[in-house]
Design a protein around this ligand. Structure first.
Ligand SMILES: C[S@@+](CC[C@H](N)C(=O)[O-])C[C@H]1O[C@@H](n2cnc3c(N)ncnc32)[C@H](O)[C@@H]1O
Length: 268
């Protein structure tokens, strides 16, 4: 299968994501929330909420007079998220490309934490987001930086360029669609947002071992990490990637250095 698939997710990957994202995407997400300066009473939409950790945190900030809606296209992740539901916090299956059920001007804040790079086409979601935001409403996002692929991404690319894996070319739809800062500036401006902040941040994490790197990558990509390969080749590709990762072991674990972009913009 060449395209990014929502069908590769499993209960195990969803549970792994809940466990492993706690000190990764969740802690990055808290920085994004700080930048958005949320206030009690605000109405917030979390697009691509995953298993819902960040939305749960945001619900404590907006309090009982505000509310948070978390949407994600993966039903297994929404099932886990729903365990966190509260009177001011709902989770539902949903998609950045289909926000029709939300009324115009119905949110003060919309955010996407570690989600934007999964959207192959980015203008349509930005236009939907603009529609559901109130005038002056804020959009926040964090996303991988196209200009700074991390070590795992470079190793993966190198392994996949060799036989027998290179007989199965990855379509552009099959792996994240990172943006550069100039591309993001262009996208936001063109779709009716004025940028308040955009910066590239260090994204360094020491994974205890190469198994954890693979588990994290599979769970974060909902099974798309090597999803384009026939099943019989995935194990050998993983073994090659793990061998290459082990060469970078330090006393603190396997260090993966990358960068991410954080952006906050306002509906014009
Ligand atoms: C790395 S996870 C981030 C989850 C969560 N935002 C967090 O901070 O932990 C990426 C999420 O993007 C979601 N996603 C992928 N395509 C999407 C789309 N078209 N609309 C909304 N979410 C999408 C995935 O289902 C997945 O849960």
């Amino acid at each position: 299968m060449n395209a990014l698939s929502l069908a590769f997710d499993t209960q195990r990957l969803a549970e792994k994501y809940e466990e492993l994202s706690a000190d990764r995407q969740f802690s990055h997400g808290k920085q994004l929330i700080e930048e958005l300066r949320l206030r009690p009473g605000e109405r917030v939409l979390d697009i691509g909420c995953g298993t819902g950790l960040l939305a749960e945190y945001v619900a404590t900030i907006v309090g009982p007079t505000g509310w948070v809606t978390g949407i994600d296209p993966l039903p297994l992740r929404i099932e886990i998220a729903k365990r966190k539901s509260k009177p001011n916090l709902v989770y539902q299956v949903g998609n950045a490309y289909v926000l029709d059920e939300f009324a115009e001007n119905s949110f003060d804040v919309v955010y996407l934490n570690a989600v934007f790079h999964w959207l192959a086409e980015k203008e349509e979601p930005l236009q939907h987001i603009r529609r559901v935001l109130v005038p002056g409403g804020r959009l926040g996002l964090t996303t991988g930086s196209k200009e700074h692929p991390n070590r795992l991404q470079r190793i993966r690319r190198e392994v996949l360029s060799r036989p027998p894996y290179n007989a199965f070319p990855e379509s552009r739809a099959g792996y994240p669609h990172w943006v550069s800062v100039p591309e993001l500036v262009w996208l936001l401006d063109r779709n009716g947002f004025s940028i308040q902040k955009i910066e590239v941040q260090e994204n360094v994490f020491n994974h205890s071992d190469s198994d954890t790197v693979i588990d994290f990558s599979q769970a974060s990509s909902f099974g798309n990490f090597l999803g384009h390969l026939p099943p019989e080749l995935r194990d050998s590709a993983i073994a090659e990637i793990k061998r290459a990762l082990e060469e970078y072991r330090t006393p603190d674990g396997i260090r993966l250095e990358g960068r991410r972009i954080l952006a906050v913009a306002v509906k014009k």
